[in-house]
Design a protein around this ligand. Sequence first.
Ligand SMILES: *Cc1c(COP(=O)(O)O)cnc(C)c1O
Length: 238
Amino acid sequence: MGTPAEVSQLLQHNLERLEARITDACQRAGRSRSEVTLVGITKYVDLETTQALHASGLQDLGESRPQALWEKAPSIPTARWHLVGHLQRNKVARTLPLVHLIHSVDSLRLMQALDEEAGKQNRTQDILLELHLTQEATKNGFAEEEWEQLPHHADLCRHLRVVGLMGMAALEGSLDDARSTFARMRELRDRWRSFFSPPHDLRHLSMGMTGDFVEAILEGATHIRIGSALFEGIQHGK
Ligand SMILES: *Cc1c(COP(=O)(O)O)cnc(C)c1O
């Protein structure tokens, strides 16, 4: 896996290269770099490498498994932690105190469980609603039939703030397919904004990963979730 110094240097190098590509995509899109938050997804690496990444200057870190978040977040409390994968209801209580933004809220039952627990913990939790946008049966997210109920359900959740949408392009699709999926998300966000009343505000779009973040930025992503590109050349230690 290399010495800590080597790992650190590689991370710095990867981060700089990625940063250049993000800046370039923002320029192409006519957007300011400050509109896009890079969330480093650390699921491929151990705590040490995650700490080194944060020390390289990456403020926003994310995990897809709640247990991995529990393991790492208390050791890196100065990072802003994001949960981007499926959250089971029995893991809500332990996850809430650690997390800045939950990207992957994918059912009404989970929304309700989060709202109840946030109330108990006397906090307001920011969440994104994950949409199931492709034909793939394996993906999580609200199915189209459920979309209509979301604004009403959000109004019932007084301890949650819905701040946007999250989605993924089809795994097997082309970059053009990804771009049209992301364009559709932006259209939905724009259209739905007026259906959600304060404190909800659909301003964020979490979309784009290593393979398709440029397309996502061109279509208005405010959060890109990048794992692989950050850890190139580093043997995955998990
Ligand atoms: C792993 C993961 C990512 C990062 O994927 P890469 O292709 O490695 O950049 C983004 N979002 C979610 C939900 C993930 O599980």
